[in-house]
Design a protein around this ligand. Structure first.
Ligand code: IVH
Length: 698
């Protein structure tokens, strides 16, 4: 018997099936929307509805060319009353690399000159814009009409805030003149310092929730399920970027900003242009001098390479454009006292000392703790309990102690004795040679590590289960309700057998338990890269997880390869260390994870509970080098090796640093040495730079 389409994992559907399924989903979701919004009588529950929406979103991600014009993702429904729907951004929302010192800015320009093969004496025009400390949004206009608006989310999928954003009256609802077929206008929602103050005062009078700073106030006001609440909040916007675009283009970023202004979008009037590093740094200092008197919070200045053709060539590094950087302002400093030092144990056993402080306010935020980083930092700064210290806070970064104020030290204080045992499980804590961290050796028996792994598992960039906060995880771990990730997904079933059901536990009620189960159920399908990241394997952050997902495609492939890679002579091991950015040390941590029986059990029980969506398979991309492994060697004439590499990756190829049997193409320039010989030995296709460029255009 054949399985119904609905029961087949998104990643396993053929193109034909995907098309059929998208049509069915569009029709069903539309019917449910009518039942819910117009007839006020929903015919399925929220979790089922969310599942349909998510399946639709995942299909559109995997098969972008099949996305329907009547896609549920593009429809503006009535008020989003069931929590926020997800919106897939037509072009991902990017983040920015940071520069802190003048030298970082110089290096930013130099690296661009190198990448573009320009001389160091050739000026490049750069725009400088205030970096608004707010919440980013993307507003989609089709033929001039505002259709949807979304938060950044994880950059790929955001939350639908159309109704909320429409309450901000400086955002044009239509583009009246020369509207392109499509544009995603991007910018920042913020609250002015004055409005923030006034709002908090009025909230205080009414006994309502207070916000700790203008940024949080803007975020909280925007993420209201009821848009009439948002409408009452004094929100403003600045626009500064675009995502997907059809039917219009600009030669420079500046031209784009001018057009935005003509269309009526608020553009920051402190934006300037410059041609030299000195001009950029002048703009930074001038704005810095105005910072405290500006009506809104800024945390830096954003430099963008003005020319669009340069931007295109420069492309991305991971999720940030290579053509832009945020030059941050340094943080404000405030004095306080260290009341005690606590040592916390992280997910991988690292002991991190944290200072508990007499509460102080820095830039509108109350600070009670600061990280002390590690043992050496405490020794280097000779930080002691009772010391007067200066603390600083930069953006969302955890507050740090910038200096101890020696003349105010208490006479009887002693140097802080860093523990040599784990404060939670008592196991020996050791420091390997050359490492700054001291680690608990308790591994799987250390409850602190287990709890941290669970917190990581539910965190925003992992499974994103926002109903399960740190406090909940700690409590559920302590009473054995949740001991490993799979337990989260069996919680609803097990709840029926608990002597004290969840809704009767302290801090919970029927509604919050129902919401939690709905969130958990909506997270039962997860992309392979999130899944890998969520496991919390040492050294496997988001970008490495993404590389692994892209390289192995499916969960099964990845697991098989990791098990095979235990043998260092195997091809699987060679393949693993051939992946860019995975060296022998990272490989060792991955393999160690798979050698542990406990971890294999976690994988087994967890993969029974969730659907793991395969990474976009290279077959889907249709460039001539998509899915191919390429090695570049020698020097090139028309582009730097960095640019060649980035371009190949954008076209779906894998770029390796050494030639193996698996290499498909070796591109050689003058000076190619042993790699060329090796390519001939293996019978790998060899191309010159010119042949290669013709080939990728074919
Ligand atoms: S450009 C194309 N410009 O900063 C790159 N971002 O740290 C996308 N931000 O997510 C960002 N002011 O929320 C850009 N003038 C500005 C900005 C700005 C504030 C925020 C934005 C972004 C974050 C990155």
């Amino acid at each position: 018997m054949t399985k119904p389409l609905r029961d087949i994992a998104v990643s396993q559907l053929t193109e034909k099936q995907a098309k059929e399924e998208l049509a069915a989903l569009s029709k069903e979701i539309a019917a449910h929307d009518i039942a819910y919004h117009q007839n006020d009588s929903p015919d399925i529950n929220d979790a089922e509805y969310d599942y349909l929406r998510e399946r639709n979103g995942e299909l559109e991600l995997l098969f972008p060319n099949l996305a329907r014009t009547d896609s549920p993702n593009k429809r503006v429904g009535a008020a989003p009353a069931r929590g926020f729907r997800k919106i897939v951004h037509a072009a991902p929302m990017l983040s920015l690399g940071n520069a802190f010192k003048d030298d970082d800015v110089k290096e930013f320009i130099r690296s661009i000159q190198r990448f573009l093969k320009l001389g160091f004496d050739e000026n490049i025009e750069v725009t400088a814009e205030p970096k608004i400390d707010g919440v980013s949004f993307s507003a989609r206009y089709e033929n001039g009409k505002l259709t949807t608006a979304a938060t950044r989310g994880d950059g790929t999928i955001g939350e639908d805030i159309t109704a909320n954003l429409k309450t901000i009256n400086t955002l044009p609802q239509v583009i009246a003149n020369n509207a392109p077929a499509l544009i995603e206008v991007r910018g920042e929602v913020y609250m002015s310092k004055d409005d923030f103050q006034k709002m908090n005062e009025s909230h205080e009078r009414k006994g309502l929730k207070l916000f700790s700073n203008p940024r949080n106030a803007a975020a909280g006001s925007l993420r209201q399920l009821d848009p009439t609440v948002t409408a009452e909040r004094p929100l403003q916007i600045f626009c500064y970027a675009y995502g997907a675009l059809e039917g219009v283009e600009w030669k420079t970023h500046w031209d784009f900003l001018m057009q935005l202004e003509k269309w009526g979008f608020p553009v920051n009037d402190r934006t300037t242009r410059g041609n030299t590093i000195d001009e950029m740094l002048d703009a930074y200092r001038a704005l810095g001098a105005e910072r405290s008197t500006l009506p809104y919070d800024i945390d830096g200045i954003v430099y963008k390479i003005n020319r669009k053709d340069f931007q295109d060539r420069l492309g991305l590094i991971s999720r940030s454009p290579r053509w832009a950087v945020a030059h941050k302002y340094s943080a404000q400093q405030v004095e306080t006292t260290i009341e005690k030092i606590e040592v916390q144990v992280g997910r991988t056993g690292v002991l991190t000392p944290v200072a508990h402080l007499t509460p102080v306010t820095v830039g509108g935020v109350v600070i009670t703790r600061a990280t002390l980083h590690n043992e050496d930092e405490i020794i280097r700064k000779d930080i002691r309990v009772g010391d007067s210290v200066k603390i600083q806070r930069a953006g969302d970064v955890i507050p740090q102690i910038s200096e101890t104020i020696a003349i105010k030290r208490q006479g009887n204080s002693v140097p802080y004795p860093f523990p040599s045992n784990c404060p939670v499980c008592g196991s020996l804590a050791v420091r390997k040679e050359g490492e700054s961290a001291r680690r608990c050796t308790g591994g799987l028996i250390c409850p602190a590590q287990a709890v941290q792994r669970l917190k990581h598992f539910v965190s925003r960039d992992a499974f994103d289960i926002d109903g399960l906060g740190s406090k909940h995880i700690e409590a559920f771990f302590a009473d054995n309700t949740i001991s490993n990730p799979a337990d989260i997904f069996t919680l609803e079933d097990r709840d029926r057998t608990f002597s004290t059901p969840m809704r009767e536990r302290e801090g919970w009620g029927s509604k919050s338990v129902e919401n939690l189960f709905a969130t958990i159920n909506s997270r039962r399908s997860v992309t392979l890269e999130r899944f890998i990241y969520a496991l919390g394997i040492r050294q496997i952050g988001q970008s490495t997880a993404r590389l692994l997902a892209q390289s192995y495609g499916t969960y099964e492939n990845w697991c098989d390869a990791m098990v095979d890679a235990q043998n260092k002579e195997s091809e699987a091991y060679q393949d693993l260390i051939n992946i860019e950015a995975i060296g022998e040390l990272v490989a060792a941590d991955l393999i160690a994870f798979f050698t542990e029986e406990h971890n294999r059990n976690v994988l087994k029980t967890l993969s029974d509970q969730v659907i793991i969506i395969s990474a976009v398979q290279s077959e889907i991309l249709s460039s001539p080098i998509s899915g191919k492994t390429i090695v570049f060697t020698g020097t090139f004439e028309t582009m730097s090796r960095g640019e060649a590499k980035a371009q190949a990756q954008n076209l779906g190829a894998k770029v390796a640093s050494s030639v193996s049997k698996k290499t498909d193409i070796v591109v050689t320039g003058p000076g190619a040495g042993s790699k060329l010989t090796k390519a001939r030995d293996y019978g790998v296709k060899v191309m010159t730079e010119a042949q290669y460029i013709d080939f990728i255009k074919s």
